[in-house]
Design a protein around this ligand. Structure first.
Ligand code: ATP
Length: 446
């Protein structure tokens, strides 16, 4: 029987009130298996630009790469489109599903570039459809068809720089909308036993579990980690207190920093991007209402603001300690300038590169006994309390004080990290250019 390859990209099926594209993917895996398709990779869960204004939640798009009997091509496509139709929240204004079928075994360079641009910036539906036409793919779009953008971007993600895995466990439909029930102690224990190879399981600052989302979607919990084997082991350590309908391992760009683009100079920074840029602190940190901290950085090309929001806790603490002259690297999403507000980087990380000397004005020391002098009032000179000598013409002196801040990388607390943010735990575990490992036998149920 002649076999052929197919990539199936899916996006924009859900809304804030219902559904999840990863769940449709899980249902599709079960159906494709019944059609005797072979999976060439784990389903891909690709996080696209987190700053896209029309995203529902985490801007995730999905792709399956399979080998199948040539004569089943029609049935596979039909099954996919029917599932998307049945499980999408088509009645919701912002839901515009898209499906892409792509048959080339190798992903063309142009589509890889499109995908990268969809992770780091804004791309258009026109660009997507002309690439699909150019390379002989097929696209099915519902309503304004915007989902085709994400569906093609998921096809084009080849994880050449780095990747991680996520095992997602789903609830039975009758539980969706109810409080999620998972034994919290088992999650803390799982984190202890699998670290550093799993990440973002718990928020140690607040002592809270963060693998269970909130909202009415069908996800019970998701465990992120370095290999399919470790997320599966972690899953076996967690005790769900409600029925798990199904589970599935995804390969992902989550936790890889793929969204961050290095800006050589500050005048290159554009809204809707996430950037890494160097600058020198040019205006001291100021506290704005709601306890956010804002400071400015500049280089020879311009000046931008950096904002550390209250929930970023660790970053906010660092930001408050910066002074004019400190050299930093800012990581984060760029927010457009608005009346009274400069272009602003919403910080996800700060690297403190060097610290400026901090000086304070102090009373001078007594030239006779060395004790610090006491002021006798404005312009009235100083007096030594110990030996009684007076110094009518003495002035305050500048002294360097130790900084309460170290050079190094600071990352926002894990509960406020974006899906794409690389957590500290992953530093040193990146898989540069490494291909997917051989697939483990049981990577999904059913
Ligand atoms: P969820 O994470 O719950 O699956 P979502 O946050 O992924 O939802 P979608 O409902 O998929 O949000 O909406 C995002 C929409 O934006 C999709 O239609 C997608 O095609 C489009 N999109 C994604 N990235 C870009 C981009 N970089 N430029 C332009 N459009 C984009």
């Amino acid at each position: 029987m002649k076999q052929q390859v197919m990539h199936i990209g899916l996006d924009d099926t859900d809304s804030t009130r219902k559904g999840c594209t990863t769940y449709i993917t899980a249902l599709l895996v079960e159906k494709l298996e019944k059609l005797k398709a072979t999976f060439l990779d784990y389903p891909k869960l690709v996080r696209l630009n987190p700053n896209v204004p029309w995203k529902t939640r985490g801007n995730g798009a999905l792709c399956l790469r399979i080998k199948h009997a040539a004569e089943l091509e029609g049935r596979i496509k039909e099954t996919t489109v029917r599932l998307v139709e049945e499980h999408s929240d088509l009645g919701f204004k912002g839901t515009n599903p898209g499906v892409v079928f792509f048959h080339n075994e190798k992903i063309p360079e142009d589509i890889k570039v499109f995908s990268k641009n969809a992770v780091t910036g804004i791309v258009t539906l026109k660009e997507a459809t002309s690439l699909i036409q150019k390379f002989g793919g097929e696209a099915i779009g519902f309503k304004n068809c915007r989902g085709i953008i994400g569906a093609l971007a998921a096809v084009g993600e080849t994880f050449e720089d780095d990747h991680t895995y996520e095992l997602i466990a789903y609830r039975v439909p009758e539980n969706c909308g109810l409080k999620r029930r998972v034994d919290a102690a088992s999650i803390f224990e799982m984190d202890k036993l699998t670290q550093p190879y799993t990440f973002n399981n718990v928020d140690s600052e607040k002592g809270r579990v963060i693998i269970t989302p909130r909202g009415p979607d069908p996800i019970l919990f998701g465990i992120r980690g370095e290999t399919p084997g470790i997320v599966k082991k972690a899953f076996e350590l967690v005790k769900p207190l409600e029925k798990v309908e199904r589970w599935l391992v995804f390969r992902s760009n989550q936790g890889t920093d793929e969204h961050l683009k290095r800006a050589a100079t500050l005048n290159q920074i554009k809204p809707y991007q996430s950037i890494v840029a160097k600058g020198v602190v040019s205006q001291s940190p100021r506290l704005v209402p709601l306890r956010h901290v804002i400071f400015s950085v500049s280089d020879e090309t311009g000046e931008v603001d950096c904002a550390a929001y209250e929930p970023t806790v660790a970053l906010r603490k660092v930001a408050r300690k910066l002074i004019v002259g400190d050299s930093v690297e800012a990581y984060g999403a760029v927010r457009e300038a608005s009346p009274g507000k400069r272009l602003t980087v919403n910080l996800e990380k700060i690297k403190v590169l060097s610290l400026a000397p901090k000086t304070v004005l102090q009373n001078p020391a007594c030239s006779k006994c060395g004790k610090r002098l006491e002021s006798m009032g404005k312009n009235k000179g100083f007096r030594c309390k110990k030996c009684g000598t007076r110094f009518n013409d003495a002035r305050k002196v500048q002294a360097t004080v130790e900084r309460d801040l170290q050079v190094g990388l600071y990352v926002t607390s894990n509960r406020s990290q974006r899906h794409l943010t690389k957590p500290l735990r992953r530093y040193g575990l990146e898989k540069h250019g490494a291909p997917a490992e051989n697939m483990i036998e049981n990577w999904h149920t059913p």
